[in-house]
Design a protein. Sequence first.
Length: 122
Amino acid sequence: MQSTDPAQLVEAAGLRSACDLDLLLFFSRHPRVVLSSEQLAAYVGYDLPEVARALDRLLGAGLLKRALNHGTPGRMYVLEVDHAGAWLAPLRRVCETPDGRNALKALLRERRSPTGTLDRRR
């Protein structure tokens, strides 16, 4: 996939929130990292419950693996680039500029219903 169409990238990646996007971008820059959930939330700038939900979605989609890292308070997170398919590079290119990243975040906000769940009618 070489498309840079925001809607196609959001669909291909299975993104549901801006937090999903920011976590995915964080892990694409740091594909093997040991962090606590609190540290991760501080790095991406979202509250802990929102980061936990986004992590669950990325883990459930097979985009991340998580393991206990003995001797440290954090867990090891590993980005599974094989599961990212051909959409990760175009997603990163779109997000290289503030305008591109903001367009993706606006699309994600637009696709959410007032209750905070994905509006599947679009």
